[in-house]
Design a binder for this molecule. Structure first.
Ligand SMILES: [Zn+2]
Ligand SMILES: [Zn+2]
Length: 182
């Protein structure tokens, strides 16, 4: 099985306790629209286990991928590995055999719905997890020198012209002292 969507019609027809296991693999382009500030550059991979419960399908899995984000200091594209555990309950909208609409569970705020076509879509859950795992302030490397706040030059590529000016400014009061002396 590939992608983030699983047809669970068969599993829904089975009794509570029935399970399915899948090796999940979703191509970066399938994840592309999920995040604004991060570009997936590796497939999302991992194992997922689907458990049929009395009222739902409980999904558990461990997934990983790699995304590209901007270094918060120098703005260069930076690769960040992301991995997370997923534990999510999916409720069927309609009964798989009678095709009658099912009542929404009381705690629906915590779960997701399974589409009437019996497709279980992990997309939104994966998006939320990836968002939580993104570093608030990614850096390309510990020693990243960032951009000069005055001229915007990338200081990883060497000092900018501002450095000399700054030293001059710091020495200015001293110079004034000297200049006062007769
Ligand atoms: Zn950087
Ligand atoms: Zn500068």
């Amino acid at each position: 099985m590939t992608g983030l969507r699983f047809n669970v019609a068969g599993l829904l027809k089975e009794g509570a306790g029935a399970t399915r296991e899948y090796a999940l693999e979703a191509a970066p382009r399938e994840l592309a629209g999920l995040l604004d500030d991060a570009r997936p550059i590796a497939p999302l991979t991992g194992q997922v286990r689907l458990l049929r419960t009395q009222r739902s399908i409980f999904v558990r899995g461990r997934l990983k991928t790699r995304v590209q984000v901007e270094c918060s200091r120098c703005l260069a594209e930076t690769e960040v590995p992301i991995s997370f555990d997923l534990e999510e309950e999916f409720f069927p909208e309609i009964d798989v055999t009678t095709r009658h609409a099912l009542p929404k569970p009381d705690d629906n705020g915590l779960g997701f719905m399974i589409e009437p076509s019996h497709e279980l879509d992990l997309g939104e859950s994966v998006r939320q997890h990836m968002l939580l795992e993104l570093p608030m302030q990614a850096i390309c490397r510990e020693t990243c020198a960032g951009l000069c706040p005055r001229c915007g030059a990338n200081l990883n590529e060497g000092p900018c012209a501002c450095v000399d000016d700054e030293i001059d400014e710091r020495l200015a009061p001293l110079r004034a002292l000297f200049e006062k002396k007769p």
